[in-house]
Design a protein around this ligand. Structure first.
Ligand code: ADP
Ligand code: TYD
Length: 215
């Protein structure tokens, strides 16, 4: 594989989409092929699964089903889209990957991390990102951003996961911090409770270092 696989992680509303768009804009100047994608989703089948997972209508969804649906969406995405793109030399920017399942499903729902990792290693054939930008922000701040994005209405437009209680989102944030600490070779922890420009500057500086190492 000659491409570079970059993932963005962090709580809902941390600013991942905003920062991916900015980095994509910079990469566009480099004359490199770029693929821009997200989880859950990214392929026809994965998007169908996404619509089931995130629909607040399915409040009865069992934890085991939730883990497996995220992994099923990922399996299709990795094999249909990400691996072929990396094989063609593309830089793949992906909004969320396995770290999200470890944080939201294992830590968030109280499922063993080993079980979630085992299922996801199978789903992704062991694919590991080259670099992960972990956008860190207190749960209360990120949820405020989401409410603002939704137009100020308390729960309007929030998905099944975003609607979970503040305590759940605090656990998820702590889990992300733990992943960043344990896997500091792969994961760059970025303080996302700052202006867009400052965050983007940190990511871009690291990205250019990464490119230098690859060349
Ligand atoms: N650094 C920032 N400071 C304040 N608001 C931000 C910042 N980055 C993004 N936002 C706003 O917060 C909301 C969530 O950002 P978004 O990029 O969609 O986050 P995510 O993809 O992580 O859910 C959007 O309305 C966005 O414009
Ligand atoms: C990829 C993934 C996402 N999620 C959750 C995080 C989000 O709440 C939701 C959808 O992710 P996302 O599309 O990132 O939502 P947004 O851009 O609105 O922040 O799915 C998991 O719980 N596990 C996973 O493995």
């Amino acid at each position: 594989m000659t491409g570079i696989f970059i993932t963005f992680e962090g709580p809902d509303g941390a600013g991942k989409t905003t920062q991916i768009n900015r980095l994509a804009g910079e990469i566009a100047k480099l004359n490199r092929k770029i693929v821009f994608t997200r989880e859950p989703g990214g392929t026809r089948i994965s998007d169908k699964i996404r619509s089931i997972i995130l629909d607040p209508e399915y409040a009865e969804m069992k934890n085991q089903a939730e883990v497996l649906l995220y992994a099923a969406s990922r399996a299709q995405h990795v094999h249909e889209k990400i691996i072929p793109a990396l094989n063609e030399g593309s830089i793949v920017l992906c909004d969320r990957f396995i770290d999200a399942s470890v944080a939201y499903q294992a830590h968030g729902l109280g499922i063993s991390v080993d079980t979630v990792l085992m299922i996801n290693r199978f789903a992704s054939s062991g694919l590991i990102p080259t670099r992960t930008y972990m956008l860190d922000i207190p749960a209360q701040e990120s949820l405020k951003r989401l409410h603002k994005r939704a137009g100020g209405d308390e729960d309007a437009g929030l998905d099944r996961i975003e609607l979970r209680k503040l305590e759940y989102h605090r656990t998820v944030r702590e889990a992300f911090l733990g992943i960043a600490k344990e896997q500091s070779d792969r994961v760059l922890l970025v303080n996302a409770n700052r202006g867009e420009e400052e965050i983007a500057a940190d990511i871009l500086a690291d990205f250019y270092r990464l490119l230098d190492q690859q060349n």
